[in-house]
Design a protein around this ligand. Structure first.
Ligand SMILES: *Cc1c(COP(=O)(O)O)cnc(C)c1O
Length: 384
C-alpha cells in the first residue's frame, strides 16, 4: 500500500455496479454474451427518453448552452422546478416546499456524502443502517472514517428490528461516537418494502439531535412519501433522484428536501459547479414533460405484478412483494449460497443481468419482453 494512503481505506472495495461487464468491466465468472443483454441489475427505467425530448435537449446543447462557460452554480431554475413538482406530487400548496428547502447534487449519492460531512465527520457521530439495505450509506461512511452501526430486519417482512435500533441508539459502541444519523430507504432496496406504521412511529420519536434520512429514490413507483410531515420535523431530510422513474441515470441528478438551514449547509459543503449545464437542463426538461415520462409507470407496476405472480409459484424460492420497480427473491435451503451463485451466473450467461446481493437476487422490472425472458430463464434454472 502506498505509504501516504489512509490505512483504513485498504479494506474497502470500490463499488462495481455491473459486476461481470455490461459496462465493459471485468470480473470472474461467466462472460456476458455480446448480443443484447437484459440489464436488470441497477433499477433504471427500461425506457430511454423519447426521441423528441432527446432532440429538444440536443437543440438546447447546440443553441443555448455555452460549452466554455461554467454551469449555473446555484441551480436556481432547477430548484424552482423541483419545488413545484414536489408540492404537486404530494398535493401540497404551491409554496409549501420552496427552493430554500432544496439542494441539488450529482446523483443523490453525492448528497449522502454531504450529509455525512455535515453531521458525523471529526468523530462527531456514527450512522445507523438496517441491513439488508442500500450499500452506499455504509460505503460512503467508511470512506469518511464514520463508524456504521448495523441492525437487522425481520426475516419475513424486512421490517427494521426496532428493539435493536433503539438499543443501538441508547448504548453507543465503546470508543465510538453516538449515532447521529439514521438512514432509511422508503421503499427499501433491495427488499422493496415501504416503511411500516411502526417504523414511522419510531422515526418520529427520535430526538431532534438525530438526523433521519428518508431516501425516496423510488417515490414515483411507490407514491408513498413523508413529505407532508417534513416541515414539522426539522431533523428529517428526504432524498430523491432523477435516475429511476425520470429516466435520467446518465445525467446524475439527485436532490434533497430539508429544513432551510440543513439545505443551506448542504449548499456550503458541495463542490461549486457540481452539476453540468446539460444535466440541469435535462432534469428541467424531464420535469416539464413529467406527465409523458411518468406515463410509463402503470405499465411497469403491472409488469412487476405479473412477474411476481409468475415467480411466486416456482419451486424453491421466496419472492417478496415490492412497492418499487424491482423484486427481491431468495432461494430456500441454500446455506452456502452456491445455488444462488449458480443461478446468477446461469442467468447472466443466458443474457439476463440481475443483481446478486444480501443473500438474494434483485431483479429490476424491464420491458414486457425482458420480463418474459426473465420468467422463462428463471423457470428453466429452477427446473434443473
Ligand atoms: C438508485 C438509488 C439512488 C439514486 O442514486 P443516484 O446517485 O441519484 O443515481 C439512491 N438511493 C437508493 C436507495 C437507490 O436505489
Amino acid at each position: 500500500m502506498l505509504p501516504f494512503l489512509r490505512s483504513d481505506l485498504a479494506q474497502l472495495v470500490s463499488y462495481t455496479p455491473h459486476p461481470g461487464g455490461a459496462d465493459g468491466s471485468s470480473s470472474p465468472g461467466v462472460p456476458v454474451p455480446s448480443e443484447a443483454i437484459d440489464r436488470l441489475d441497477t433499477n433504471e427505467s427500461p425506457y430511454d427518453l423519447p426521441e423528441d425530448l432527446k432532440q429538444k435537449l440536443a437543440w438546447v446543447y447546440q443553441h443555448e448552452l455555452e460549452a466554455n462557460r461554467y454551469p449555473d452554480g446555484g441551480h436556481e431554475a432547477l430548484k424552482a422546478a423541483i419545488a413545484h413538482y414536489a408540492n404537486r406530487s404530494a398535493s401540497l400548496e404551491a409554496d409549501w416546499v420552496t427552493p430554500h428547502h432544496i439542494s441539488v447534487s450529482s446523483g443523490s449519492d453525492e448528497l449522502i456524502r454531504s450529509l455525512l460531512i455535515a453531521t458525523c465527520l471529526r468523530s462527531e457521530g456514527s450512522v445507523l443502517v438496517a441491513d439488508p439495505t442500500f450499500s452506499m450509506y455504509g460505503i460512503t461512511a467508511s470512506t469518511l472514517g464514520v463508524p456504521v452501526v448495523r441492525v437487522g430486519r425481520d426475516e419475513h417482512t424486512f421490517e427494521t428490528d426496532l428493539t435493536a435500533a433503539a438499543q443501538a441508539i441508547a448504548t453507543p459502541v465503546a470508543g465510538q461516537p453516538a449515532i447521529r444519523v439514521v438512514f432509511m430507504v422508503h421503499p427499501n432496496s433491495p427488499t422493496g418494502n415501504a416503511l411500516t406504521a411502526a417504523e414511522l412511529a419510531w422515526l418520529r420519536g427520535l430526538p431532534p439531535h438525530i438526523l433521519v434520512v428518508i431516501d425516496e429514490a423510488y417515490f414515483e413507483f411507490s407514491q408513498q412519501t413523508v413529505l407532508p410531515e417534513l416541515r414539522q420535523r426539522p431533523n428529517w431530510v428526504i432524498l430523491r433522484t432523477f435516475s429511476k422513474a425520470f429516466r435520467l441515470a446518465s445525467h446524475r441528478v439527485g436532490y434533497a428536501i430539508a429544513h432551510p438551514e440543513l439545505a443551506a449547509t448542504l449548499e456550503k459543503i458541495r463542490l461549486p459547479y457540481n452539476l453540468p449545464s446539460l444535466s440541469q437542463r435535462a432534469a428541467e426538461l424531464a420535469l416539464a414533460h413529467q406527465d409523458t415520462l411518468l406515463a410509463a409507470i402503470p405499465t411497469l407496476l403491472a409488469e412487476r405484478d405479473r412477474l411476481f405472480q409468475s415467480l411466486t409459484p416456482l419451486p424453491g424460492i421466496t419472492v417478496w412483494p415490492s412497492a418499487a420497480n424491482f423484486l427481491f427473491l431468495r432461494l430456500l435451503n441454500d446455506p452456502s449460497d452456491s445455488n444462488l451463485e449458480a443461478m446468477f451466473q446461469n442467468l447472466k450467461s443466458s443474457g439476463t443481468l440481475i443483481r446478486k446481493t444480501c443473500g438474494g437476487l434483485r431483479i429490476t422490472i424491464g420491458t414486457p419482453a425482458e420480463n418474459q425472458r426473465t420468467i422463462e430463464r428463471l423457470s428453466e434454472c429452477l427446473r434443473d
